[in-house]
Write a protein that binds this ligand. Structure first.
Ligand SMILES: [Ca+2]
Ligand SMILES: [Ca+2]
Ligand SMILES: [Ca+2]
Length: 572
């Protein structure tokens, strides 16, 4: 090829020479566009502009035309483009000269700004503390890829440049706080007030105000939590008769006579010249016999559970999760969440209970008998080094209405009664203020923390159950000291160690009778709130609840998984 061209050009030179032309011919090459982005793709944040400035060759007297869908948006060599809507925009640049033209299409991706989002647990209600008390305010910020600065202001003075600030109240009054996070894309802030009072306010929390009891059994009546009531006198009265009065905030009672009782509960606290009191009335229904609603097995009875009654997990990395968790954004009511759990279990897929306190309640088409030995099994997904203990509770349908609205009894496990085991542990979870944020929590022991957002693994917007309407919810139960540790010492290899016996999703050497992922349980292990055995002849409902509050580094929070429930008496 090369030699042909060479000969051709020589011929032309010869022919010019022979005709004796001396005028130089200057025909320019057609224009060429060189984009300043190799891929032809540009990115800008919404509301921001970028300058697209290609370089060009052979553009003497050129005409430049920038267009979107044939409408012209620019006639200069470079274009300033402002992203007004999220999404991709296709822009054409055409250059024309007398010698020809060139054209390129580019894409501009208009993306969200990475404005930080802040949240602060309890900010909407404000805080009340007494003189001398310390209050640590902990803000949470949705992380972005941009460097972000923080500031805490107290009555307009900056007092901290970190996420948290510890306030010590030294005089009575109302203090205004504001936390602000800022980066180059924008800022977000949240304000709250702290009222400092002479004496801390008293309060109590009742988990229920309607109680029910089988005659002959005992029940504990009273608040599940009290605030600043140390030294108070609690009085329990039925009509004019005082049944208990003293320092104890709960009344452990037993009735032999069936009937309905109204119980008046009063707490009185004297502090110096000030006397504060609280009052709550509760009802107690005493039912005469425990075998009344026993449901015997029939020929059609199944060993497998037949219904999920409630699914209330704690927040967690598998909650609302679509890839392995099987959610699809339609689980926005308790009923659809129950349907989800039921479908998963019927397919032998795991259902995650999320972090501490998350639970599921299932029932059977018959009552499960107390054989004195192992009575039922729960399938989890434990293996050596991956135990996430779920505490088991059982219930009889005492009032025979077919619903699990009666008394739960915990099943004793290897950790029951140990000093490290916390009864009546409670964790409150708070809805994040924006997608892709961790879920903050506080507990009733004065601790706080968060369920981490694991962006590398589970990217659903929220780990807080979509079907919980309230912006916070409290889960109560028994909390075991965790056996989670970092075996590698550098955060790469975490172990969730096993417990001896008595828990779901636990690699137990004792109660995995069939050597698989099933743990087996005895109704004879049922205990009351005092740890005393309760002799239940049968049960109708089973609840499993995540029993630890711990994170295992990059593995995230411990969360019990359940896969199935069955009456072992029917198949052993
Ligand atoms: Ca019931
Ligand atoms: Ca888990
Ligand atoms: Ca598990």
């Amino acid at each position: 090829m090369f030699s042909v061209f060479k000969k051709l050009s020589i011929l032309i030179v010869l022919s010019f020479a022979s005709c004796n032309f001396n005028i130089p011919i200057t025909v320019e090459n057609p224009p060429i566009i060189h984009l300043d982005s190799e891929s032809g793709i540009y990115s800008t944040k919404i509301g921001r502009s970028i300058i697209i400035a290609p370089s060009y060759d052979y553009v003497t007297n050129a005409i430049y035309t920038w267009s979107i869908n044939d409408s012209i948006i620019g006639i200069n060599p470079s274009l300033e483009f402002t992203g007004e809507e999220l999404g991709s925009v296709f822009i054409k640049i055409k250059v024309e000269t007398e010698s020809g033209s060139d054209e390129e299409e580019i894409r501009v991706d208009v993306v969200e700004r990475e404005i930080p989002t802040v949240s602060l647990v309890g900010a909407d209600k404000g805080y009340t503390v007494s003189i001398g008390e310390e209050l640590t305010l902990r803000a949470s910020v949705r992380q972005t890829s941009l460097p972000t600065t923080y500031s805490w202001r107290l009555n307009d003075n900056i007092v901290s440049d970190s996420l948290q600030y510890t306030f010590i109240a030294d005089s009575i009054g109302v203090y205004n706080f504001m936390f602000r996070a800022e980066n180059e894309d924008g800022a977000d802030s949240i304000s709250t007030t702290v009222e400092v009072v002479a004496l801390p306010p008293i309060s109590w929390t009742f988990a229920q105000t309607e109680y029910q009891l089988i005659a002959g059994r005992t029940i504990e009546i009273g608040p599940v939590q009290t605030e600043n009531l140390e030294g108070a006198t609690f009085r329990f009265a039925i009509g004019d008769s005082i049944v208990q009065e003293g320092e104890k905030s709960t009344w452990l009672c037993s009735f032999t006579q069936e009937g309905d009782y109204l119980i008046d509960i009063t707490a009185t606290l004297v502090r110096g010249t000030q006397t504060d009191s609280l009052y709550q009335q509760v009802t107690l229904k005493v039912i005469s016999t425990e075998t009344l609603y026993y449901r015997p097995k029939s020929a059609s009875s199944q060993s497998k559970f037949n219904r999920v009654y409630e699914y209330t997990p704690a927040p967690g990395q598998f909650i609302n999760e679509k890839k392995t968790g099987g959610f699809d954004d339609t689980q926005t009511t308790p009923e659809t969440a129950v349907a989800y759990a039921e479908k998963r279990l019927n397919n032998s897929d795991w259902v995650s209970l999320g972090g501490f306190g998350g639970y599921i309640v299932v029932g059977f088409d018959h009552s499960i008998d107390n054989s004195g030995d192992y009575d039922f099994g729960v399938l989890g997904n434990s293996f050596s080094g991956s135990s996430e203990p779920g505490i088991v509770w059982v219930m009889q349908d005492e009032n025979g209405d077919g619903l699990p609205n009666d008394n739960w009894y915990e099943l004793r496990g290897s950790e029951t009664g140990k000093d490290s085991t916390i009864q009546n542990y409670a964790v409150t979870y708070y809805r994040p203020s924006a997608p892709q944020m961790p879920v903050q929590w506080t507990d009733n022991q004065g601790n706080s923390g968060q369920i981490d957002y694991l962006i590398a693994y589970h990217r659903q917007d929220y780990y807080y159950p979509l079907w919980i309407e309230e912006d916070s919810y409290t889960l109560r139960g028994t909390c075991l000291a965790s056996r989670t540790y970092d075996k590698s010492g550098n955060g790469t290899y975490w172990v969730n160690g096993e417990f001896d016996w008595g828990y779901v999703d636990n690699f137990s050497s004792t109660d995995r009778l069939t050597g698989d992922m099933n743990n087996y349980f005895k109704i004879s292990d049922a205990i009351d709130t005092q740890g005393n055995s309760v002799n239940l002849k049968y049960i109708d409902f089973v609840k499993v609840q995540t029993g630890v509050n711990v994170k295992a580094g990059w593995l995230g929070e411990n969360s019990t998984e359940v896969v199935g429930f069955f009456d072992y008496n029917m198949i052993k």
